[in-house]
Structure formats: structure tokens, C-alpha cells
Ligand binder design. Structure first.
Ligand SMILES: *Cc1c(COP(=O)(O)O)cnc(C)c1O
Length: 411
């Protein structure tokens, strides 16, 4: 082991000091923009040097209700004054209410409460396999799950096993078998990949990390049909696309399609803490019996109290409506940039992948230039800006963000 000189005694004062601390003491599994946030409110954050930035990323859709939404903070504070953790060894008074309210909101029958998004996806994989063995009659140990190319479902060993992103996989094998990857949006490829051993199709209704990729019209309905024809579960990963982001409660709603299981996360925790869940039909989730699956923190009282407050905000439909209306405006304004440094704009609602035209700045460069102009968003891949402002943003604030993007990509 070589000793590395690290600044152990520095009292951080400015952004550079905090960044040096991160560099010295944290693993380097991220490459953040050089902005050190110390406060947030609504669609705005403030850095340690007192500079204000418009948040055009929302924690990858975790902050759909903005920073410190008063109703969410109030629910958290109230619960902090009562009880925060019981473990599932006992019942608590927030759990059943959270499950019922989330199931009613999403039109589902049962809730499996977890913490991170990856855990929700892992849980959906486990229960889909169990369904394959116990209900469909697939021979033990042979169940297959079909997934899409360029998917993003999280970072566990099993999940990266079916990633097509080499950076996410390299040196992390051996990988979990039982997954078949097909091109996203290709109905025939999906049909061809299904066998008698297929338990489920796991799919993002709009691919987030891939660059806000919307599948061809009719594709999601075709996925549902193919699943029905072959006695296969449809599992929709709505961790990023769900809970108002696209202008509907769930992105699948726009296609008029229902999944057997949905994974939810990110905004379910109100930007306060990780809260995730698998929601879906009793005939699948009801297969789990005591001892077969669990999580120490899953469904804890604080998470449930915050989750209930999130459900209450979404139940009014107000945020979905904002996302739809302001999303239309955002896409119209971003659309004006096509031919002026932007080659394509994808997405729906307050969610957009802005493709920077060849010859323009790289995504990273553009993100840095935007931060310098007081707008925070983040590239995905080389040349895509991911725009996902909190749903509480105003039209005027959207204008600020779009004008900054226009200036940064202009040549
Ligand atoms: C973020 C994300 C996940 C993983 O969630 P974590 O909380 O980071 O584990 C899974 N699926 C999708 C679609 C996501 O966007």
C-alpha cells in the first residue's frame, strides 16, 4: 500500500476545499460538476459561496416536488418526533396506511416496501422468478427475464449482469445468468426472445439513463400483448419515469397499458430519503411468504410517513397537470433550438433529452458551462443533456434554463 497525502486538517470554507475533501476521502465512482450545494428550496439551490442555481436535474427525478417541499418536510418532522424505525419484526401505525394509499394511487393490489431503486428491481426479479416456478410451472432454476438494450435498472451485481453499458459491468463479474437482452423498441426481437421459460419482460416505459428515449408508438401496448399471449409478466421500471415526471402518474398510463408489477423509487422518497417499492397484482406479490424476502429499513415509519405525503401530493393530480402543461411548453421551447446547436429533443412532460449537434460542446462541457450560467443539469453519454426540472418549476424559470441551454449550445 502506498500512503497518499490527504488533507486531514483542512477546515473547508469554499467550494474547492469541499471538493478536495471529496476527492481525498470518497471513492471516485462519480464525476460531479464542481458545484458544492449547501441549501435548496423549491427549484433552486445555493452553493457554499452563496451562488444560486436553478435545478434542472431534480436528483434524476427524486426531487419531483422540489427541494424541501413544505408538506413533505412537515410529514418528516412530525414523524421524527414520534418513531422512526421499528424493523418489520413489529407492526407500526404508518405501514398499512402507506401500502393502502400507494396501492390505491397506482391502481394496484399490493405493495412490497424497499429502500433503493435497485432493491425494488432486485425484488421484482425475485418475485417474478418465484411466479414462474410456482404458477407458470417453469422448471426450477431455469427462469428467464427479457430486458432491453441500453437499460438502466440499478447497480447491484445481478442488475449489472444484464446491463449493456461496459463501464457499468467491467471487472464486476461473474454475472447472474437468466437474462436475455433485446433491442429497445423492437417488437419482433422481443417476440423472438420469449421462450417457455420466460418469467417476465422488464422494461423502462421511457429509458432515462439511455438519454430519455421514448419507444415507437404502439411498442408498449405490443409488449403487453406479447406478455399476455405468452403468459409472461410485464414489469415496468417506473423509478425515474413514474410519479408525475411525464405528465401522467405513471409513464405507462400514456400508452393505456397496465403492467403486472411496477418498480417505484426516487420521487417516492420526496427527495428526503430513499423509499422504493414494488407494486402490483396480488397473484404475483402474494406469493412472498414470511422469511423469503425482506429489508431491515424497508417500510420504516419515517419512510412511510414521507411516502404517504408524496402519495397525497400526487393524488390531487396537480403535479401531473403541471408536468403535462409546462412540459408542453418546455418541449416547444427546446424544439426551437433544433438547428441551432441541437439536433434532437426527446421526452415527454418535464423530461427532455437534448441532443447536442455534432461540432458543439461535449455533454460534460455543456453541463459545466450551464453551471457557470447558474443552471444545473447533467449530461448522459457524450452529447445528451438530461433536463428534468422539479415539477414545481414555473414557466419563467423554464425560460431561464432554456435560454442558458440555447447560449451554451449555440455556435
Ligand atoms: C435510478 C434508477 C434505478 C436505481 O435506483 P437507485 O435508487 O439508484 O438504486 C433503477 N431504475 C431506474 C429506471 C432508475 O432511473
Amino acid at each position: 500500500m502506498t500512503a497518499i497525502a490527504v488533507p486531514t486538517t483542512v477546515t473547508p470554507a469554499h467550494a474547492a476545499d469541499y471538493i478536495a475533501l471529496d476527492e481525498a476521502w470518497s471513492t471516485h465512482n462519480y464525476h460531479p460538476l464542481p458545484v458544492v450545494i449547501s441549501h435548496g428550496e423549491g427549484a433552486w439551490v445555493t452553493d457554499v459561496d452563496g451562488r444560486r442555481y436553478l435545478d434542472f436535474l431534480s436528483g434524476y427525478s427524486s426531487l419531483n416536488f422540489g427541494h424541501r417541499h413544505p408538506a413533505l418536510v412537515a410529514a418528516a418532522v412530525e414523524q421524527l418526533g414520534r418513531v422512526t424505525l421499528t424493523s418489520r419484526a413489529f407492526h407500526h401505525d404508518q405501514f398499512g396506511l402507506f401500502c393502502r394509499e400507494l396501492a390505491e394511487l397506482t391502481g394496484t393490489e399490493m405493495v412490497l416496501a424497499m429502500n433503493s431503486g435497485a432493491e425494488a428491481v432486485e425484488s421484482a426479479i425475485k418475485v417474478a422468478r418465484k411466479w414462474a416456478y410456482q404458477v407458470k410451472g417453469v422448471p426450477e432454476g431455469t427462469a428467464e427475464i427479457v430486458v432491453a438494450g441500453a437499460n438502466f435498472h440499478g447497480r447491484t451485481t445481478t442488475i449489472v449482469s444484464f446491463s449493456t453499458d461496459e463501464v457499468a459491468r467491467a471487472d464486476f463479474g461473474p454475472f447472474t445468468p437468466g437474462f436475455t437482452v433485446v433491442a429497445y423498441g423492437d417488437e419482433q426481437a422481443l417476440r423472438d426472445a420469449i421462450t417457455e421459460r420466460t418469467a417476465a419482460v422488464l422494461i423502462e416505459p421511457i429509458q432515462g439513463e439511455a438519454g430519455i428515449v421514448v419507444p415507437p408508438a404502439g411498442y408498449l401496448a405490443a409488449v403487453r400483448r406479447i406478455c399476455d399471449e405468452n403468459n409472461v409478466l410485464m414489469v415496468a421500471d417506473e423509478i425515474q419515469s413514474g410519479l408525475g415526471r411525464t405528465g401522467e402518474l405513471l409513464a405507462l398510463d400514456d400508452a393505456g397499458v397496465r403492467a403486472d408489477l411496477y418498480t417505484l423509487g426516487k420521487a417516492l422518497g420526496g427527495g428526503i430519503m430513499p423509499v422504493s417499492a414494488v407494486v402490483g397484482s396480488r397473484s404475483v406479490l402474494g406469493l412472498l411468504k414470511p422469511g423469503e424476502h425482506g429489508s431491515t429499513f424497508g417500510g420504516n415509519p419515517l419512510a412511510c410517513a414521507i411516502g404517504r405525503a408524496v402519495v397525497k401530493l400526487l393524488a390531487t393530480g396537480e403535479f401531473q397537470e403541471r408536468s403535462r402543461e409546462l412540459g408542453g411548453y418546455l418541449h416547444a421551447r427546446l424544439g426551437e433550438l433544433v438547428g441551432h446547436g441541437v439536433s434532437e429533443v426527446r421526452g415527454r412532460g418535464l423530461w427532455a433529452g437534448v441532443e447536442i449537434a455534432p461540432g458543439g460542446p461535449k455533454g460534460r462541457e455543456a453541463s459545466e458551462a450551464l453551471a457557470a450560467r447558474g443552471v444545473l443539469c447533467k449530461e448522459t453519454h457524450d452529447s445528451t443533456l438530461r433536463v428534468a426540472p422539479p415539477l414545481v418549476i414555473t414557466r419563467e424559470e423554464l425560460d431561464l434554463g432554456v435560454e442558458a441551454i440555447a447560449a451554451v449550445v449555440a455556435r
